[in-house]
Design a binder for this molecule. Structure first.
Ligand code: 13P
Length: 279
């Protein structure tokens, strides 16, 4: 069942756990994630970056692909189809019109006033159509979709303004996490995370979930994180297996090559979900 993120994240907030957000790259990844989450009987958020949407053909292709899989695989769990780091109102509108149930508007590179203005425009369009909205404040750096940027941490007063003036459903405050691989141990600002969570009623989102040690994930959840985004870790798990398979066989059927990483993706999805949801 396709749902927006509002109810599943509020349940996570009430019961102190995090819903997994896994980025999807193609048909096979989407299928593996859905099958594994169905066997766990837990909700999932499928994240689609602008780059991934373009790679797969566009938002309408992705939306129809996901709807087709939900039907053909008899998926019964709540599934949220979410734009990851939408950079403009136009991107978010295009995804919403194509059937996405949730969008992230990432106007974090703009000054606060502009971030508020753009985010509010997205919220007004999205809420009328039953679509939930996540926004970012501060800036989460690292490398994503082959773009590298540096981090600026979020401030409590700015988080309060963004949430109160836009009516977003969830907030991703930059607090030291980065997209892609960490150089050394991640240095998350748990104190500010807790303060933001205690001062706001919206669930908080942790980007850059790859490479954050389990004990820090647990701490983040206890400080109010209710959605955790994972992308790179699934890519690496899949790549390691596929590389071995290609080196060890003469296979040329793309179905065999791509699916040689199926088990690795499913194991990662299970491991992360069990940790995020205290299973
Ligand atoms: P990682 O690639 O570091 O797991 O981050 C994913 C993410 O935050 C997507 O928005």
């Amino acid at each position: 069942m396709l749902v927006n993120s509002k109810e599943i994240l509020l349940d996570a907030k009430r019961n102190q756990y995090a819903v997994p957000h896994f980025n999807i790259n193609n048909l096979e990844w989407t299928k593996y994630i859905l099958e594994e989450m169905e066997s766990l009987q837990k909700p999932v958020i499928l994240g689609v970056s602008e780059g991934a949407a373009k790679y797969m053909g566009g938002f309408l292709t992705v939306s129809n692909m996901v709807k087709g899989l939900l039907h053909d695989l008899n998926i019964t769990i709540p599934v949220c189809l979410h734009v990851d780091h939408g950079t403009s109102f136009e991107t978010c509108k295009c995804a919403i019109d194509a059937g996405f149930t949730s969008v992230m508007i990432d106007a974090s590179k703009h000054p606060l006033e502009e971030n508020i203005e753009i985010t509010k425009k997205v919220v007004d369009y999205a809420h009328k159509r039953g679509v939930s909205v996540e926004a970012e404040i501060g800036h989460i750096g690292g490398t994503e979709d082959n773009i590298t940027s540096s981090t600026t941490n979020a401030r409590l007063d700015e988080c309060i303004r963004l949430v109160e003036e836009t009516n977003i459903d969830s907030l991703a405050p930059a607090l030291g996490s980065v997209h892609g691989l960490y150089k050394g141990e991640p240095n998350l600002d748990f104190k500010t995370m807790k303060e933001i969570s205690e001062n706001l009623s919206v669930p908080l989102v942790l980007h850059g979930g790859t490479g954050i040690p389990d004990y820090q994930i647990k701490e983040a959840i206890s400080c109010g994180i209710n959605k955790i985004n994972i992308n790179t870790e699934l890519q690496i798990a899949w790549h390691d297996k596929v590389k071995k398979y290609i080196n060890a066989t003469e296979a040329y059927d793309p179905r065999k090559i791509i699916s040689s990483g199926e088990k690795a993706i499913k194991e990662k999805v299970k491991e992360k979900t069990e940790m995020f949801m205290n299973l």
